[in-house]
Each structure stands twice: as C-alpha cells, then as structure tokens.
Design a protein around this ligand. Structure first.
Ligand SMILES: C=CC1=C(C)c2cc3[nH]c(cc4nc(cc5[nH]c(cc1n2)c(C)c5CCC(=O)O)C(CCC(=O)O)=C4C)c(C)c3C=C
Ligand code: FE2
Ligand code: FE2
Length: 340
C-alpha cells in the first residue's frame, strides 16, 4: 500500500475540522480602483445579475463602473473603520470568527472567515484550511434568509475552489436560519432591548431587508417569503400587534422593479401618516455594513427627518455581540453534530 502514497505522506497534519464563516465581501479601500475592482467582481456574478451577458457587459463596464465606484467609495468613506483601515463588514466578520474560535476551543477545530467577493477570498482560506489538516469543513453562509444572490453564490464559490483540489475535504453547508427559534429569540431580544434603551417610544419599528428584483421571486427565490416569516415570528415572540413591526426592502439597484414596500419611500411617507417616531433594523445582515450604516442609519434618517419625522433610531445588527455569538455558536454546534 505504502508504495502508492506520496513520499511525504507521513507529514500529513493531524485531522481537523474546519468551520468557515462566509459573508458577501467588501472593497480593500475606499478609492476608485479598489471599489471598482470589488463592484466589477460582484456585478459580474450571474447569480446577482441575471441579465443576458452580452447585454450586461457594456452596461457594467462602460456605464456603471465609470460612475458607481466614486459614489460607493464616498459612501464607504463615511463608515470606514479608520483605526483598522477596513470596512466594518470585514472587521465584524473577523470578530465573529475569532470569537467563535474561542468558544469552540481546542486545536482540532479551525475557525476562519472568507468573502464571496474580494478578500480574504474563499479559495485562499479553503486552501489554507486544507493545508492545516481540515479534512471536514462546515461552510456557514452568514445570511439568515436564503437567496440565490447570496447563500447560493457563496457556496458556489467554495465548490469552485474544491473543484481544483485533488484531495478534497468533506464539506457540509449550514442552512439559512430565518426561522431558527434561537435566531428569532436573539433578534427579538435585540429589538426589545434596543427600543427600551431609547429616550422615546417608537410609533413603529421597521424591519428593513435588503431587496432584490421581483423577477427573482417570481422565478422561485424564497428570500422574500423568508423575510416575512422572520418578522412574523419575531412579532409573535414579542407579542406585538401587526402594525407595530413593519417589513420593508432597501438598497434598490437599477431600473427594474424590486421587492416592495421600499424602505426609503416608506420613511418618506410615515410622518405624513402621523407616525413620526421610528426605530429601524436590518435583519438580513449578520454584520453592519455600508447598506445598514450609510444607507439606513445615515441616509434613512435624513430622508425621514426631512419628511417631517421627529425621532429616528437605528438598532444595530447582531454582529459579534454576546447574544449574537451564542446564536451562531448554537447553530454551528448543531450543524457539526456527528463530526465532533
Ligand atoms: C444588484 C443586485 C443586488 C442584489 C440582488 C443584492 C442582494 C443582496 N445583497 C445582500 C447583502 C449585501 N449587499 C451589499 C452591498 C451591495 N449590494 C449590491 C447589489 C445587490 N445586492 C451592491 C451594488 C452593493 C455594493 C454597495 C454599493 O455600491 O452600493 C452588502 C454590503 C457590503 C459592504 O462592503 O458593506 C451586503 C452585506 C443581501 C442580504 C441580499 C439579498 C437579497
Ligand atoms: Fe447587496
Ligand atoms: Fe445601498
């Protein structure tokens, strides 16, 4: 038998289990070229943009990538973590991975994080984990609600890397956790605690989810339904009436119809209906990022106050908070069952 093994087989490291947290990605800097490189990779993903490739290529390369990097770079600059010189999404995702590593403990488990677009790339981290001896790897896309535009493409990217490996590790993917009782409880408590800490009583609390083209819902993406279910379960957990916790969809991109009601239009309309005090959170995001900090906490507030609103508060994502990490730890331990 040994004649068939590579000469250095004796140096194969001890078998370990890998846990890889996956998130969307972010530019390496706020300047034009860094943002352009990131947006180009992101918006070239056919899971994200389903428009015919021949049609999309000139629109993306000649129009969008000429103007959008400046606009997005300016938005990133407003929320950039200057001390670490990184975007909040990467800082927080790293915190989550480090915190989880401490919780799972032991030298037989390797916890790391990777991004679908930009750095650290999914391929580089998977290869590092394999070199460290991880023969079993759990992929954890950090999206509570499943979407082909996020969860599926994160997994695709990991499988693309596995395709290039002669000796592939065994792999599992963690499912979306939009109705996981622990997630619902954690999210609901973060809303109740967030609201109780405010110096005002909100007339309405908005759960603002990242949007997507309506077309994707019609083609069978379950994201929209899972968003509504998360909010319904949270509302039931809190015992709130239907009108107290609203669903809206943010971050519209391009000219097509996206999921409605739109967050910005809702914030504009609420004061006119006598609802002048709001709290808002973004449950589709496991970590605060440009879409929550710049678009909602800053831009959303401006829109609301400009329309006659009186009080506005943004409730942060679960991030690497103790309760958020309890939830991630419980989910990961459950998915590792049989491997540990
Ligand atoms: C163009 C179509 C897009 C779809 C569909 C989409 C879905 C989607 N996205 C997230 C989570 C995040 N998106 C983020 C940024 C972002 N998203 C799009 C476009 C689509 N997203 C763009 C063009 C951008 C870049 C920012 C900009 O230029 O305005 C981020 C933040 C990244 C960061 O660095 O902070 C996250 C997270 C979900 C959950 C989702 C599901 C439907
Ligand atoms: Fe997005
Ligand atoms: Fe946005």
């Amino acid at each position: 038998m040994s004649a068939h093994l590579p000469p250095d087989h004796t140096s194969v490291p001890k078998q370990k289990i890998g846990v890889l947290l996956l998130n969307l990605g972010t530019p390496d800097g706020t300047d034009y070229w860094n943002v352009r490189r990131y947006l180009r990779e992101f918006l070239s993903d056919p899971r994200v943009i389903e428009t015919n490739k021949l049609l999309w290529w000139p629109i993306l390369n000649l129009v969008i990538l000429s103007f959008r990097p400046q606009k997005s770079g300016h938005a990133y600059a407003q929320i950039w973590d200057r001390e670490k010189n990184e975007s909040p999404l990467r800082v927080i995702t790293r915190d989550q991975a480090e915190n989880l590593a401490q919780r799972l403990g032991g030298e037989d488990i390797v916890v790391d994080f990777a991004m679908r677009y930009g750095n650290p790339s999914t391929e580089s981290v998977l290869k590092r984990m394999q070199a460290e001896g991880c023969q079993k790897i759990l992929l954890v896309p950090l999206y509570p609600q499943y979407s082909a535009t996020t969860t599926a493409t994160a997994n695709d990217k990991a499988f693309d890397a596995l395709k290039t490996m002669r000796w592939q590790p065994a792999v599992r993917t963690a499912p979306a956790y939009f109705e996981d009782p622990k997630y619902i409880e954690t999210l609901a408590n973060s809303i109740r605690d967030g609201v109780e800490a405010l110096p005002f009583e909100p007339d309405v609390v908005i759960t603002s989810y990242h949007g997507m083209p309506v077309e994707y819902l019609k083609k069978g993406d379950p994201y929209h339904c899972q968003c509504y279910k998360t909010t319904r379960l949270v509302r039931e957990y809190l015992g709130w009436p239907k009108e107290k916790l609203m669903v809206t969809f943010q971050s519209r991109f391009g000219p097509t119809e996206w999921l409605q009601p739109y967050t910005d239009k809702t914030l504009e309309a609420l004061p006119g209906k006598g609802l002048k005090k709001v709290a808002i959170l973004a449950p589709a995001f496991s970590a605060d990022c440009i879409e929550t900090l710049e678009e909602i906490a800053m831009g959303g507030k401006e829109t609301f106050m400009h329309a006659g609103g009186e009080e506005f508060a943004y409730i942060p994502c679960l991030n690497a908070s103790p309760s958020g990490m309890d939830m991630i730890e419980a989910m990961v331990r459950r998915e590792l069952m049989g491997w540990l």
